[in-house]
Design a protein around this ligand. Structure first.
Ligand code: AVI
Length: 324
């Protein structure tokens, strides 16, 4: 069999529809609430993905670099702790960059990568399939928050590990995190495991700087959400009349990101009009920070039992297996 045909045998991409409808419904619902809010998953259009990559390169935002260093340092110990794994599942796989080191260490037979940005996932997962000759790669273009259970028929049997790096879990409320981790638990099945990375609680000044970088990249990332609504929902946000505002809220244990209206104004979105008072906020993201024991209590409520923990410079990776 030729190289191309052989790769085609091992790679498949399946797209799940309805992204635009979800965007419209979620945005209209969020703008009608008090305080106004928009789910953070909508940051990640093509421009938003590029801006997030740029955030990861900012000197103030160490999260991505530290997780990479942690994985490089502790991967042999992590692989020893997981034991043999047949199938790695990565929700929110993006450009499939992070999962490579894990594949190198665990040698699974199958990777199932899920991401809302279907076209980018298709390209990245296809490239990855070309590089790992023994690996079957299934890329599912889906909003896994809606469609996660639809991934089940694509999973090979055997021992599964859900990989959820990058502190993405911090972008959910603790209650939502329990629900999501319980759904991961269902997907992982008997003898399944979860390897998850999250940002640890640390000096609030350091956290504040990470979400208020001097180059203004996080501000541009936040404001791009409004630009996206202008592009995709025929909205008329004036980006000069909203200010990026991010701060650490110690009692809640989270960074909050807002877009604050600098004027009294009315904005039109998908044919509906929304008034903003001066100083009114549009809440765009929470980013929870945890202590290790706080996080294992959340995972415990979702049916996971802690089996390993590695920490480096304010970042933590934990490994879980099934309880009972
Ligand atoms: C993707 N997520 C973990 C990032 C975070 O830190 O919460 C998103 C981000 N928002 C602003 N900067 C980075």
């Amino acid at each position: 069999m030729g190289e191309m045909a052989e790769r085609a045998e091992r790679f498949r991409f399946v797209d799940f529809p309805a992204v635009l409808d979800d965007l419209r419904a979620d945005v209209l619902e969020g703008l009608a609430c008090q305080p106004k809010s928009i789910p953070p998953k909508y940051f990640y259009d093509a421009a938003g993905c590029r801006l997030f990559e740029a955030i990861c390169a900012q000197p103030e935002y160490a999260l991505c670099r530290t997780e990479r260093a942690l994985m490089d340092k502790h991967l042999p110990a992590i692989a020893a702790a997981t034991g043999p794994v047949d199938c790695v599942i990565e929700p929110g796989a993006g450009d499939c960059a992070k999962v490579r080191t894990l594949i190198d260490a665990l040698h699974p037979g199958q990777l199932v990568a899920l991401d809302i940005a279907g076209a980018a996932l298709d390209a990245a997962a296809g490239t990855l399939a070309g590089e790992y000759s023994g690996l079957s790669v299934t890329a599912l273009g889906m909003d896994f928050l809606h469609h996660l259970e639809a991934a089940a028929p694509y999973l090979a049997s055997g021992r599964r590990l859900v990989y959820y790096p990058g502190s993405s879990i911090g972008n959910f409320s603790p209650g939502q995190a329990v629900d999501l981790l319980a759904r991961f638990r269902q997907l992982a099945g008997a003898d399944g495991q979860l390897l998850i990375g999250f940002d640890l609680k640390k000096d609030p000044e350091q956290l504040h700087r990470a979400y208020n970088d001097a180059a203004g990249v996080t501000a541009a990332f936040n404001l791009n959400l409004l630009a996206r609504l202008n592009r995709e929902l025929e909205a008329d946000f004036d980006l000069d009349r909203f200010r990026h505002y991010a701060f650490y809220n110690p009692p809640a244990g989270r960074i909050e990101m807002h877009l604050v209206s600098l004027a009294e104004q009315t904005v039109s979105v998908a044919g509906q009009r929304f008034p903003f008072a001066i100083g009114e906020t549009l809440h765009t993201e929470n980013s929870y920070k945890f202590r290790g024991d706080e996080f294992s209590a959340i995972a415990g409520r979702a049916g996971w039992a802690l089996t390993g923990e590695w920490a480096l410079d304010g970042f933590c990776v934990q490994l879980y297996g099934e309880t009972g």
